[in-house]
Design a protein around this ligand. Structure first.
Ligand SMILES: Cc1ncc(COP(=O)(O)O)c(C=O)c1O
Length: 352
């Protein structure tokens, strides 16, 4: 079997497992009062070049998003995001739950990225001060998007500055932010607080951690709320040191960017093969900026590829999603390419 369903299906990076093992000596104060959690705070400030950023380890991306957003909006607020965003379609309304009734509104744009002109038009049409309408309070951008596309730092900056004109705060869903930073080759600060982002959901589990995500608040008022909100939601874990150990290992010596860069490179190899199959009905449905591709294939080829042991998500009768991870090897990709080629050429009538 070759795993291309999701980076969530990958295992734990050895460096991170080793950090958990190393944290498993002696005892430590519970609920984040330990030295490893204090150290993580310093590591986050260094990596993000922000002297007062505050980090809150949580156990899922949904928790990171919904708690970060609930701390940034009043209950009568509306969170603006792309209609394909995970927060709007795939988190069971967690943000509405923790936000006390907050709603989410889609603002469209090509390549699963919010378009600045549409954001401005949406905000200009709001009946500000009218209690009959939820009041836009936060712009949430997803980087990379759920379709694997990235905003450049200046695009994040442009969108956030439009949102700011109307008094909104800015959140970044960075469930795969390492893949974006690795692809962009920028500093983590450039796509976050330097571009105006107030609070970040920092993913780690998809990219090699065991069970750790984090909320990074660049705004002190949001951080002050998160102290209570994370506890009330059950995310102040008693043995937090093991999450902190994972996150510290992840962010130390660029491990997070190496793991993500590896996943991106494997996807680039796969994409080169897919492009060479374009005469046979293979088409990339979206730009591939990181480790995720949405691909249109002849329907019979999809079944053949699945039978040949390729694991992927079917998005429609002739569309699949392919995702590589830190664990995908060069050999996996070569083998996947060979099996895909065979499936596609077999399905193409002209080649018999
Ligand atoms: C963009 C994005 N944000 C957030 C999440 C939520 O993460 P979790 O499944 O850990 O709740 C996911 C999960 O797939 C995601 O793809």
């Amino acid at each position: 079997m070759i795993e291309l369903r999701s980076d969530n299906a990958a295992g734990v990076a050895p460096e991170i497992l080793a950090a958990v093992e190393a944290a498993n000596t002696g005892s430590a104060l519970a609920y984040g009062g330990d030295d490893l959690t204090a150290h993580l705070q310093e590591v986050v400030r260094t990596v993000f070049e922000h002297p007062t950023a505050r980090v809150f380890p949580v156990t899922s991306g949904t928790a990171a998003n919904s708690l970060a957003l609930s701390a940034a909006t009043p209950p009568w607020g509306a969170v603006l995001c792309h209609p394909t965003a995970h927060i709007i379609g795939s988190e069971g309304g967690a943000t509405s739950l923790f936000g006390g009734g907050v709603v989410m509104r889609g603002v469209d744009g090509a390549h699963a990225l919010v378009e600045p002109a549409r954001l401005r038009a949406t905000l200009e049409q709001v009946r500000w001060g009218d209690p009959h309408e939820s009041q836009p309070s936060v712009l949430s951008l997803t980087l990379p998007s759920d379709y694997g596309t990235v905003y450049l730092p200046e695009q994040v900056g442009e969108l956030v500055s439009i949102a700011r004109e109307f008094g909104l705060r800015a959140h970044l869903d960075g469930a795969r932010i390492a893949n974006a930073v690795a692809a962009l080759g920028c500093a983590p600060a450039d796509v976050t607080w330097r571009a105006g982002v107030d609070v970040l959901s920092l993913g780690a589990t998809k990219n090699g951690a065991l069970s750790a995500e984090a909320i990074v608040a660049f705004d002190d008022r949001i951080a002050d709320e998160l102290v209570y909100r994370t506890k009330r939601a059950g995310h102040v874990t008693s043995k937090m040191r093991f999450q902190s150990a994972q996150l510290t290992a992840y962010l130390t010596d660029g491990l997070w960017l190496r793991l993500a860069g590896h996943a991106n490179e494997r996807m680039a190899e796969l994409v080169a093969e897919l492009q060479s199959l374009s005469p046979y009905g293979v088409r990339l449905e979206e730009r591939v900026d990181v480790n995720m591709a949405f691909v249109e294939l002849p329907a019979p080829a999809i079944d053949v590829a699945a039978e040949a042991g390729l694991q992927f998500y079917r998005m429609g009768p002739s569309t699949v999603r392919l995702v590589t991870s830190w664990q995908t090897t060069v050999e996996d990709v070569k083998e996947a390419c060979a099996r895909l080629r065979e499936a596609v050429l077999g399905a193409d009538g002209s080649t018999g």
